[in-house]
Design a protein around this ligand. Structure first.
Ligand SMILES: [Zn+2]
Length: 147
C-alpha cells in the first residue's frame, strides 16, 4: 500500500531510488523517504516563510499544522518532525487537547490535505471576488457618444 501521490510517481527521474511511502501499512511509519503526501503536508506546515519552523541547533525541526475544523476524523494539530530538510519525516502525530497522541493514518493525512487545498482554493476565490467587486458594474458612458 502507498498513498495515491507516491503511487502516481514512485520514482521521479531525478531520484536515485524509489520513494518509500510513509503509509505502507495505512498508518504513518518513520521508515520513509520522499513520501509525496508527507512532503505536501510538511510544505503546508512550513508555509511561505520559515517562521513557523521550530528548529534545534543540531538541525532537527518540528512542524505544527492546525487541522482544519471541518475534518471529521480528528481535530487539533498534526505535529511532524524532520532532520534538516531531508526526505524522511521522523514522526507524524495527531495531538488534541482531550486525547492521547496517535500516529497519523493515511485517511487522516488525505483528509487534512484535501481540506487544506479546498480552503486554499476558497481563499483564492474570495480574493478574486473582491477584485471583481472593485470593477464598476456599469462602464462609464463613452464621452463622444460612440459610433
Ligand atoms: Zn506516500
Amino acid at each position: 500500500m502507498t498513498c495515491k501521490f507516491c503511487k502516481a510517481d514512485l520514482q521521479p527521474e531525478n531520484f536515485a531510488q524509489p520513494r518509500q511511502c510513509a503509509f505502507r501499512s495505512g498508518v504513518f511509519n518513520s521508515d520513509n523517504w520522499m513520501c509525496d503526501l508527507m512532503s505536501q503536508l510538511r510544505y503546508a506546515a512550513i508555509g511561505e516563510s520559515e517562521e513557523k519552523l521550530h528548529q534545534t541547533t543540531d538541525g532537527e525541526s518540528c512542524l505544527v499544522l492546525p487541522i482544519p475544523e471541518e475534518a471529521e476524523t480528528c481535530t487539533g494539530f498534526l505535529v511532524m518532525t524532520m532532520y534538516k530538510r531531508r526526505g524522511c519525516t521522523g514522526q507524524a502525530l495527531i495531538m488534541c487537547d482531550d486525547d492521547e497522541p496517535t500516529h497519523l493514518t493515511l485517511s487522516q493525512a488525505e483528509e487534512i490535505l484535501s481540506l487544506l487545498k479546498f480552503s486554499h482554493k476558497r481563499n483564492i476565490a474570495d480574493s478574486e471576488r473582491s477584485l471583481t467587486q472593485q470593477i464598476p458594474l456599469q462602464p462609464e458612458p463613452c464621452k463622444d457618444g460612440g459610433p
